[in-house]
Design a binder for this molecule. Sequence first.
Ligand SMILES: [Zn+2]
Length: 512
Amino acid sequence: MRGKKGSKRVAIMGFNLESNKWSPVVGRVDFHEYLHLVGDEIVTDSDSPNPRALANISGFMHTMDKLMDWTPVPIVLSCGGAAGPADHAFFEEFLAESRQRLEAAMPVDGVYFSEHGAATTTKMFDPDGEFFEMVRKIVGPKVPMVSTLDLHANISERMVETTDILISYLTNPHVDMLERGIEAANAMRELFDGVKTEKAFIRLPLAPPNVTQRTDVGPYADAIKYGQSKVGGQIMNVSILGGFHQGDTPKNGMAFIVTSRGDLKAARALCRDIAERTWKDRQRFVPKLTSLEDCVKLAMDRTRDPTLKPVLIADCADNPGGGGRGNTTWLLDAFHKAGAKGVILGPFFDAPLAAEAHVKGKGAKFKARFNRDETNEYSKKFEADVTVVNLSDGVFIGREGGVGGGRTIELGPTAVLDVNGIQVVVVSQRKQGLDSNHFEAFGVDVAKARTTIVKSRGHFRAGFKHLFKDDQIYEGDLPGLCTPNWANYRFENLPRPIFPLDKDATWQAPNW
Ligand SMILES: [Zn+2]
C-alpha cells in the first residue's frame, strides 16, 4: 500500500558508477545517456514490466508494498555504468540536485540507496561516502539509511559509519540484485521496528583480480558461502566485497562487513573469523589466463576440426563493464590473419562504423575502418573488407537467467558485419555482452559458432551457461584498460603492500 496518510516516507536515491582510473572521464552527457531519473521517473521505471534501473529498486519497492503502508519519496537516481572517474563538476551537480530534492521532500522516515560503491571522481576517491555523509547530515542521526551495493564496491570507513546497513550482492555475475532489494526492504522494516545495528568492518590487503571473484566456485565463493552460513539470530547481514581495483584508491582491498542486531561482539568475532580464513586462502586468488597465441590456437583447432566442442573466449581486458572501451582488436586482428572461421565477436563498440553500415544497407560490401575516431591507446585501428549481414536499432530484452534478464537493453544502432568468417556485432553504446541475446537479437546464432568472443569479464557466465560449460570458457590475457593481469598497471594509490601484486604482503587481525 502506498501513499496513505501517516505512512512511512522513504527516500529512494542512488549514484551508480564503477570507476576505472585508466578509462575516459564521464560527465553529465554520459550519465544522462546511461540512466538519470529524477522524482517520479524512478517509481514509474521500477513499476514498469521491463525497468531500465537495476532490479534492486523494484525488489525494494515491491517488498515495501507487501510489508507496510509507505510512501516512496523518489529523489535522484544517476547511473554511469562502468567507466572512468566521474567529472567532479557533474558529481557536485548530482549532489546539489539530490540535496535540493531531498530537503524539499523532508521529513523522511528512511532512506534507501541503490548504490554501486566503486565510484571515484576527478578530484575524489570516495564520492559514495561523500554522498552518504551529505544525506546523513540532512536526515539526521536517527533516520534509517539502508544501501545495497555492488560486490565490486570499494568500502570506506565513512560508508560504513554513515549508514545503518550495507547489503552487497552475493553473486557474480550479479543475478541476485532483486533479492538484495528485497533484503533491503526487510532491513528497513526491522529498523522501523526499533532494531539498532552494530557493525564490524575489515579491509584486507588483498586485491583479487575480477576473474578470481567468481561466486560459484573458488576462494571467493567459499568465503561468501561460509559467511552466509552464519546469517540469522544476531547476525543480520554478511557482505564480502571483492572490490574493483582498477579504481586505484586508498580504500581498495577486499572488504568484510558484518551487521548485527545490536551485538557488536558477535559482529566483530564473525568479521575477523571470515577475514582470517580468506587471508589464509589468498594464493587461490592468483588468476590463470590464456595468452593471445593460445586463443588463436583454440580458434584454429575449431576451424579445422568440427568434432571439437565450441569455446567462448572472454576478452576480460576490454570489458565495458569494467571500463574497457569494448573495441580492442587483438583477437579480431589475429583471428583474421590466421583465417579463423565460424567465429562470432560482440558487442564491439564503434558507433561511426555502425552508422556507416546503416547507410550502406544490408548486403552491402565495403572496406570497414574499425576505431577510426578512437583515441584510446588500446583501441587500435583495424581495416578489413566486410559484408553487412544484418542491421538493428539495438533494443532487445535481456535473456532470463542473465544479469540483464527481463530488462530492456539498448545498444544503439547495431550492425552485424562479416569479416571473412568472423561475424562482428558492432554497437553504438559501450556495453558488455551479458547474454546470448546480445548476438541472437541480431540473428547471430551462438549455438552454431565454433568460437565466441565476448566483450565481458565474467557477467556473461550467467547468460551463456546454457551453451558453454566451464571447461569451454577461456579468459584472455590481452592488453586493455581492465586487464586482470595486475602487472600491466602502474598503480599509484592502492594501499601497499597488497596481495597478489606484492607477494610478501602481510596482515594482522584487528585487536578488538
Ligand atoms: Zn560488479
